[in-house]
Design a protein around this ligand. Structure first.
Ligand code: ZN
Length: 154
């Protein structure tokens, strides 16, 4: 007979939950399409990047997301790798003048960033919803709860 160790709990991550399973990929794809990650019907965004308070179709509260800097981070990561690769390939193959590089790559970088930012943010909101992150977890502490050390005056 063996005694349980901390390693045993690591094999059960994520911890068993009574909450219903939320499939990750459908939630992220719905978010990437700008739809509610819960139902796929209601709009996720109010405008270009502002996430709606709640879904107009199913009522799911969407304001709990904390996408923060992740969408621009992944957008820069993807666009940077694509554009820099293309710049180097074009430079090696054609050696165009610098003005042509600027005229080509600056608008392409801006356009591709604007095209990618919204679906990436939607996918991240979908991921957070599927994993019950932040306020998407009904058992989570209220978002405005402040952790203060014991004895700290409020
Ligand atoms: Zn919905």
């Amino acid at each position: 007979m063996t005694t349980p160790t901390s390693l045993d709990t690591a094999t059960t991550w994520p911890a068993p939950s009574s909450k219903p399973h939320r499939p990750l990929m459908p939630a992220m794809l719905r978010g990437a399409r700008g739809r509610c990650p819960a139902c796929g019907e209601g709009a996720l965004f109010d405008g270009y990047l502002t996430v709606k308070h709640s879904c107009s179709a199913c009522g799911e509260e969407l304001h709990h997301h904390r996408a923060d800097d992740a969408p621009p981070y992944f957008t820069i990561l993807i666009v940077g790798h694509i554009i820099v690769s293309l710049v180097l390939a074009v430079e090696v193959a054609f050696v165009p003048p610098m003005w042509l590089h600027v005229a080509l790559w600056v608008p392409l970088t801006i356009a591709s960033s604007l095209v990618l930012l919204r679906p990436i943010k939607g996918a991240i909101v979908g991921l957070q919803w599927a994993f019950y992150m932040h306020g998407f977890d009904p058992d989570a502490e209220p978002e405005d709860a402040v952790m203060l050390p014991a004895g700290h005056p409020r």
